[in-house]
Design a protein around this ligand. Structure first.
Ligand SMILES: [Zn+2]
Length: 519
């Protein structure tokens, strides 16, 4: 049990070790008995009998964990197979086995039950195993969804009680589909049963119809019910568009057969979607496959060769996406990455609403301080965790001054490095508090102007519209009400803000020179 001693030497109880976090994403290590797997990780689906892409290629591409189907393996090799799953699929690294719940459901196989599937997974020495579950489809009514949750939980309870091999990571299958309370209930119950890892069933309809917002809500519902130290797997997420969002919301691993399924439909993956290979005049990629062919040559390959080549390219695109996300976590730029990605598809942009609604959830994993400046570019950035946190700190501070002087945000940060601020400061006594205003940060008082991210952000000088910044309005009213007199040197943004909020009690100045006149 190499992986156990590995963990024990570190004094760890958990299968997951986290090294970096950003938003709800974690970059870390998953410990299995066939070695360490860096997460977040994409887990390619391997067919136990008809694997079209040689598994050595997948291994050499850097995938340390693959997933295969226990049910199909059982049907083909018999219940008493005398080999490990690693021998069967010829892979010496970690292997996860999905029970095959989908197949059982699809073909109504009655001669397989959860007990046999679990025993089989143990016998095959799976590293990470999922008990038999009953996937919740998207279109089913609540009553049916309740039934699927209940049946899955019954099987999960019976399985965890009977398994003896404690070097397998057993994964609790979370069902419930779009019924978020059922997702939460299911996740909580599986945690109580002692599962070390969880997997969220994502109905194929959601993935195929790009219902990213529903998916995001399901992930947050599941995450809110399970402890932070346990990993979460997402079933069926192999579209490069889904990956950054899923990771940002806290999914550690995700599997899919999309690389080969898309290839069979001649669908060539791009970082922002897919395209039919026949529409390509160029191959906008420089992976080993795309460096070898011109678009016309790839298109005219024999079908079988073409499928293999497109599938290899597709795997490369997925891996590249995961690597880019991992780098963004280290850089503290995952928010920027997710927002940038969301511009690729209107339905992905819609899912940004979930980021806004759950900003407190995203704050937990977001470091209090980052080495790199954050970018504040469009109105959605007022909701990023670092900025929400800063506004709260500002509002929690009391002030002994009676007069507040608000000035536009200077180009250089913090305030004391700005010449104009120093000049004004030297003219005024300390009854006057000076602060600058920013559509994103709200109000930045002088004593907090070097606090992260007030002195560690870059913003574009676009003409922002005050109506797009509800957080600015809230902070402005909450902060200014503690002063007897508020004087504002108003820029375009502030003039519009004053106009649309009918702020008559403010003393509004058009220029810095007027400051001394009104004090
Ligand atoms: Zn390529």
């Amino acid at each position: 049990m190499i992986y156990k001693s590995d963990r024990e030497s570190k004094g760890m109880q958990d299968v997951l070790e986290v090294k970096h976090t950003d938003l709800a994403a974690r970059l870390g290590t998953l410990y299995t008995k066939h070695g360490k797997v860096e997460v977040p990780a994409f887990i390619p689906v391997i067919h136990p009998v008809r694997q079209e892409i040689p598994i050595d290629i997948i291994k050499h591409m850097g995938f340390d964990l693959v997933i295969t189907n226990a049910y199909i393996t059982m049907k083909n090799y018999g219940k008493e197979v005398n080999k490990s799953i690693h021998e069967i699929i010829n892979f010496d690294k970690a292997v996860m086995t999905d029970s095959g719940g989908y197949q059982v459901l699809e073909y109504g196989d009655l001669d397989v039950d959860h007990e046999e599937v679990a025993r089989f997974e143990e016998m095959m020495k799976s590293d990470i195993a999922v008990p038999l579950d009953k996937p919740t489809g998207f279109a089913i009514d609540r009553e049916k969804a309740v039934d699927h949750v209940k049946k899955t939980l019954d099987a999960a309870e019976a399985t965890i009680k009977m398994v003896s091999n404690d070097d397998i990571i057993w994964v609790g299958p979370i069902q419930g589909g779009r019924y978020l309370d059922l997702v939460r209930y299911s996740a909580k119950r599986l945690d109580e049963l002692g599962y070390q890892m969880f997997a969220l069933g994502s109905p194929t309809e959601i993935m195929e119809s790009y219902e990213f917002k529903t998916l995001a809500e399901m992930i947050i519902a599941a995450k809110s019910a399970i402890p932070i130290n346990k990993p979460l797997h997402l079933f069926g997420a192999g579209n490069p568009l889904t990956i950054p969002l899923a990771v940002a919301l806290g999914c550690d691993t995700f599997d899919s057969a999309s690389y080969i399924l898309y290839a069979k439909d001649d669908r060539y993956m791009l970082p922002n979607g897919t395209i039919n290979i026949r529409e390509l005049a160029y191959l906008p990629c420089n992976c080993l496959v795309c460096s070898k062919y011109k678009a016309s040559e790839l298109i005219s390959l024999e079908r079988r060769d073409r499928i293999v080549e497109i599938a290899k390219h597709n795997l490369y695109i997925i891996k590249r996406e995961v690597d880019a996300v991992k780098q963004a976590i280290i850089d503290g730029r995952l928010w920027e990455y997710v927002i940038q990605k969301s511009l690729s598809h209107p339905k992905l942009m819609k899912a940004n609403e979930v980021l806004i609604e759950n900003r407190e959830y995203l704050e937990e994993g977001t470091p209090l301080y980052k080495d790199k400046a954050i970018y504040l570019m469009s109105s959605i950035d007022q909701f990023r965790p670092e900025v929400s946190r800063f506004r709260r700190v500002v509002l929690s501070m009391s002030s002994r001054s009676d007069i507040l002087l608000l000035i536009p945000e200077p180009d250089d940060h913090p305030l004391y490095s700005n010449e104009r601020y120093n000049r004004i400061r030297s003219m005024l006594n300390h009854d006057v508090k000076i602060a600058y205003y920013s559509p994103f940060l709200g109000i930045v008082p002088e004593e907090l102007s070097d606090l992260y991210p007030a002195a560690h952000h870059l913003t574009s000088s676009i003409r922002f519209k005050p109506d797009d910044f509800p957080t600015f309005k809230d902070t402005f009213f909450e902060y200014t009400k503690r002063f007897k007199k508020v004087i504002v040197v108003a820029d375009e943004f502030m003039k519009n803000f004053i106009k649309s909020n009918a702020l008559d009690s403010l003393i509004v100045l058009n220029d810095y020179d007027e400051i001394t006149l009104c004090l």
